[in-house]
Design a protein around this ligand. Structure first.
Ligand code: GLA
Length: 395
């Protein structure tokens, strides 16, 4: 198979000037907490999107997705959301940079250059729709390349925020900051505790010792994933407003205790009491992340793993973003003495579970779970043993 560089040269008749690689991410714990001002504990992994880039001067953006065999060309200005999803991950970021150059720094020369257009090729090995943030990896690679090429001087956090805004405005998903943050800031063998309220973060080594991280991919992506995601966000906002009526000092979920959730939101024992359930999960999960980090500091992976199982229960029963296939995969390992922790990961309604498994038992466990999964769903289970790697960089 030709390299991305060769493919770019074949397509555009000249070699690229810049190549950038951006990873997918895992999240150890802290799910659906980023847009609720909580904590997350993600890491970048050894699965990547690569882009090859070259400036052009005719005011056009030529984009080619190697894995999808698709080419799309649009004028560099003005940019509108496109009907093809992957195109939005590129042009959504360009639109953010155009806004930044127009309104934030009034840099006309650079804007002029950006609007001259460019050629770009993308390819990658992050499974699409598996909840490993392939879209954030594309957005992160593009913002990183534009920052480099047009000497924008953006910090990593500014890049992550602009990539997030691109996802909101062009892809229509009101995602939090975690995915882009993790893709851009990742470091080898380090997880990152990000405070999504003030955006401060800290690196921690993961005391995996004789354990490793394995992802079980349901190969399912339910169509309702993005609409349900936006609904969860709204339900949490509604819950916060109700809490603020009784406790005006509350600004975000960080100021909320489980007791206050019980007092203000628990109306009666009805399964339909959704807002109560959502908020209870969020507040409990925030606390769980803090405790899980303490487990990491003392090297207690067993205690850490128990919290992952508890997170899964919360996501499944209270936040209701799991699905039968994800639940099945977690149940399949729950009582296995060699699996210290497992849970669904990411937005939910499909995608992967993340499992922490004793290294010497990985093959056995993969074989057992693959068999069970096939038996129950008639689907093939894809599994990935992942390493924690460096974030977005030039190659
Ligand atoms: C998706 C979003 C993230 C985060 C997770 C859930 O991956 O893109 O911002 O909200 O879901 O934790």
């Amino acid at each position: 198979m030709p390299s991305i560089q060769e493919k770019f040269t074949q397509l555009f008749g000249h070699a690229p000037s810049l190549m950038v690689q951006s990873p997918g991410r895992i999240n150890l714990i802290g799910e659906h907490t980023d847009y609720n001002h909580g904590f997350v504990l993600p890491a970048a992994i050894d699965k990547y999107v690569q882009i090859a880039f070259e400036h052009r001067t005719d005011g056009m953006i030529h984009m080619h997705a190697i894995d999808l065999h698709e080419t799309v060309t649009v004028p560099a200005h003005p940019l509108q959301p496109h009907t093809i999803t992957w195109v939005n991950y590129i042009i959504g970021v360009v639109a953010q940079v155009q806004d930044y150059l127009t309104y934030a720094v009034h840099n006309k020369e650079t804007l002029y250059k950006l609007n001259e257009g460019f050629d770009i090729c993308i390819q990658g090995d992050i499974p699409i729709g598996a909840g490993l943030s392939s879209s954030a990896a594309v957005e992160s690679a593009v913002i990183f390349a534009l920052n480099e090429w047009y000497a924008l001087g953006l910090s990593k956090m500014q890049m992550a925020l602009m990539a997030q805004k691109a996802e909101h405005e062009f892809a229509g998903v009101k995602c939090g900051i975690m995915d882009m943050f993790a893709s851009i800031h990742g470091e080898a063998n380090q997880v990152m505790l990000l405070d999504c309220q003030d955006l401060s973060f800290k690196y921690y080594s993961l005391p995996l010792k004789d354990y490793c991280i394995v992802l079980f991919d349901t190969s399912i992506k339910h169509a309702l994933a993005s609409s349900e995601y936006n609904t969860r966000r709204l339900e949490c906002e509604q819950g916060l407003k109700i809490l603020q009526e009784t406790y005006p000092a509350i600004q975000t979920f960080r100021d909320v205790s489980v007791r206050q959730v019980e007092e203000c939101l628990f109306i009666h024992k009805e399964a339909s009491n959704k807002i109560y359930q959502r908020c209870k999960y969020v507040v409990e999960e925030m606390e769980r992340v803090q405790l899980a980090v303490k487990d990491l500091l003392v090297g207690d992976m067993k205690a850490f793993g128990q919290k992952m199982f508890a997170t899964h229960r919360g996501l499944s029963e209270l936040y209701e973003v799991s699905c039968p296939e994800l639940d099945m995969l977690v149940n399949a390992v729950k009582d296995n003495e060699y699996v210290v922790g497992a849970r669904m990961m990411g937005g939910g309604f499909g995608g992967c579970t993340i499992n922490i498994i004793k290294s010497k038992e990985v093959e056995n466990i993969i074989a057992q779970v693959t068999e069970k999964y096939h038996h129950a769903t008639h689907k093939k289970l894809h599994t990935y043993q992942v390493k924690i790697e460096q974030g977005t960089h030039i190659i």
